[in-house]
Write a protein that binds this ligand. Structure first.
Ligand code: OTU
Length: 654
């Protein structure tokens, strides 16, 4: 290997590669041995994979090697408080990848330093689950551009200090993928790339313990394919699950990752990571081998492209989630980033209930993210909100789990009396009463309802809800993601069902095209768009200056003395403590000032607070003891800190 590395890379780069190989050896051979020791010669497999990494290292462009070098010096690059994410579809945002390059000023204006473009590799034609059915991993979707365009975009982004994240759909391919076509044609070696059964015996046995992901739109987990048999299809029938027990699948996917890294991708979002390994008698999610696969991918990609980070898309219970960040019996490096789904669910739960006790309980008993990793925190994403409230957490907070989940689905579908939510049920299951929720953040927060009612006071309240939700995503610890359109309070797309490929899947209501006319009003603070864009860009500015908000620190939920007030402290060994207070109710509430001492804030400074004036507090007369916007002062009245309706305050120690 040494000679090979020196001849391929030159002395200095070979030295770096071999040093990485030395430090990563155990992380490579450990998982591979456990995954494939029974089916193949692991020594030979390891050599092949390391040579693949070497080939990728040799092909890595010089500017990306410089980025690698910077990130090896600064492995916490993605943990900084300057990291602020934006998520969009290239075509819906700007027509194409080239179009995105024309709009980088917009992202910079918003404070963005991390751009996640939704699936952009060539999908199957027609319905493709929003691009999550990939027909060719070596090409981009021709409708958004070429691989060269992707490389050019990455280079432009890097010049502006913005990292690029793209989706890697690694659990399944489209049934139009070359491997699937060859499997159907009976070419040797291809049937083994998928999970194929001759009859229903094994599928029936698996289905006894398998949950359904899309019970409505894609029932069952297997699909009969003429000439082949029953194929495992966890999602839609055109998405065929890959067989990761076959090392050829692992190797092919590793090569895809290395290729994308060399195009300038900084972060790969590993779609549906929990599903990668199946085991009879289980729900076939979160199996130990799924983690070993990700650990092996991580070690081998790091060897060739140390600047690449991996992000787990695992929407699973919090105990299981931390494992994707490497929190096992001991720390085993796995993904660098993972979605904090629970925080998102708890925010919407608190908003509907006007009560934070369930959130405070659930969020305070979690395993923290391991120090070298980070959550990504978000208010909404392109998927539905699944009401993942555990019965145990609910009971501890004095709430009935099933009833609360039903309440949330009803509240956000707008059919609970007095609800401000204007979303819709997704995958409604009348038998169990379970339903998930679709809808844009602005619509779920009440902006759509207030506009329809022509109610300016209601509109201000709704904007304040949206601002406070984002304030938490920006300060809970992790990379906050702005989902495209939220910064302009875009509501549900009224035309979502017009496209026959989307009509059966109401998640499209919250994937609207960008409204550039609305964006044109972003500087006008008398407009809705201006109020919301201003609020979110101010959050970004405030966050950047606060060291305590960088990942790698800790978050502690604190009692605030009122059931509608959520309080948490962020601490980082390098910074003064930080305290966030949010009022989840429609009237002024106060927090017990003792929370300041609990957070270790002895001389608290107000660093940021709600910027949208509340109609109940005239903006020129701030009553004593409230948190006035942007004054930097904190006045206490009767030992309490008052928070305006749906308002938040960020306080910092000195
Ligand atoms: C992901 O979601 C994507 O985000 C979806 O948009 C895709 O449809 C899907 O994969 C298939 O590619 O079940 O309800 O724990 O929750 O992978 C969405 C992970 C999903 C799963 C997640 C999946």
């Amino acid at each position: 290997m040494e000679d090979e590395a020196r001849s391929r890379l030159g002395a200095a780069e070979a030295d770096a590669f071999l040093t990485r190989l030395e430090t990563l050896t155990f992380d490579i051979t450990g998982p591979l041995g456990r995954l494939y020791g029974d089916v193949t010669d692991v020594g030979k497999l390891t050599t092949e994979l390391v040579l693949d990494a070497l080939e990728a290292a040799a092909a890595r462009p010089p500017e990306l090697r410089r980025l690698d070098r910077r990130r090896e010096i600064d492995p916490a690059w993605f943990q900084r408080s300057r990291m602020i994410g934006y998520v969009c579809y290239a075509d819906r945002f700007a027509g194409s990848l080239r179009g995105v390059r024309e709009h980088l000023d917009y992202l910079v204006e918003l404070g963005v330093s991390y751009l996640h473009l939704m699936p952009l590799l060539r999908p199957r034609e027609g319905e493709s689950d929003g691009g999550y059915a990939v027909a060719d991993y070596g090409q981009t979707d021709p409708r958004v551009g070429t691989m060269e365009d992707l490389g050019d975009l990455a280079a432009d982004l890097h010049q502006r200090g913005i990292a690029l994240c793209v989706d890697l759909v690694l659990n399944h391919t489209a049934r139009e993928h070359e491997w699937a076509r060859k499997a159907v044609a009976g070419e040797p070696g291809y049937r083994e790339m998928y999970l194929v059964y001759p009859d229903r015996t094994e599928p029936d046995a698996y289905e006894r313990t398998l949950p359904e992901v899309f019970p409505d739109i894609a029932p069952g987990s297997f699909t009969e394919v003429p000439g082949l048999g029953w194929v495992w299809t966890s999602f839609h029938e055109y998405q065929w699950d890959l067989n990761y027990a076959n090392p050829a699948v692992f190797r092919a996917m590793l090569r895809t990752m290395l290729d994308l890294a060399n195009r300038g991708i900084d972060v790969l979002r590993l779609d549906a990571a929990p599903f990668l390994w199946k085991r009879m008698g289980t729900d076939c999610q979160n199996q130990p081998e799924a983690h070993l696969l990700v650990q092996a991918f991580r070690a081998l990609t790091r060897l060739a492209a140390p600047g690449l980070a991996l992000k787990a898309e695992a929407i699973v219970s919090p105990d299981l989630l931390a494992q994707y960040l490497g929190a096992h019996d001991r720390f085993r490096p796995e993904c660098d980033l993972a979605y904090d789904n629970q925080l998102m669910v708890m925010l919407w739960s608190s908003l509907a209930a006007r009560d934070v006790r369930l959130a405070a309980h659930a969020l305070s008993r979690r395993r923290p993210a391991p120090a070298p990793t980070s959550w990504v925190t978000y208010v909404r994403c392109h998927d539905d909100i699944g009401w993942a409230v555990s019965d145990q957490d609910a009971a501890a907070a004095g709430v009935d789990g099933p009833a609360h989940r039903r309440f949330l689905a009803g509240f956000y579908a707008g059919d609970f009396p007095g609800s401000f939510g204007r979303g819709a049920r997704f995958q409604d299951n009348p038998a169990t009463g379970d339903a998930r929720t679709s809808g844009m953040a602005a619509s779920l927060c009440g902006i759509e309802a207030a506009l329809a009612a022509g109610d300016p006071g209601g509109l201000s309240a709704a904007i304040r809800r949206l601002e406070s939700m984002y304030a938490i995503a920006f300060s809970f610890g992790g990379i906050p993601l702005i989902y495209m359109g939220d910064e302009l309070a875009l509501r549900n797309d009224p035309g979502w069902a017009a496209d026959p490929e989307h009509a059966h899947d109401n998640r499209w209501m919250h994937r609207p095209p960008m409204d550039w006319a609305a964006a044109g009003r972003r500087q006008d603070e008398s407009s809705l768009e201006g109020r919301v864009f201003g609020a979110i860009s101010r959050l970004a500015r405030a966050r950047r200056s606060l060291l305590a908000l960088r990942a790698g620190g800790s978050t502690d939920v604190l009692p605030a003395g009122h059931p509608s007030v959520l309080a948490y402290r962020r601490a980082h060994p390098r910074s003064a403590p930080f305290l966030s207070l949010t009022n989840f109710s429609d009237v002024t509430q106060s927090a017990d000032a003792e929370v300041l001492a609990r957070a270790g804030l002895h001389q608290p400074v107000l660093v940021h607070s709600s910027t949208v004036p509340s109609d109940t507090v005239p903006s020129d007369t701030v009553p004593p003891g409230t948190v006035p916007p942007g004054t930097g002062r904190l006045e206490l009245a009767g030992g309490r800190i008052e928070l305006p309706p749906w308002g938040f305050a960020w306080l910092s120690g000195t």
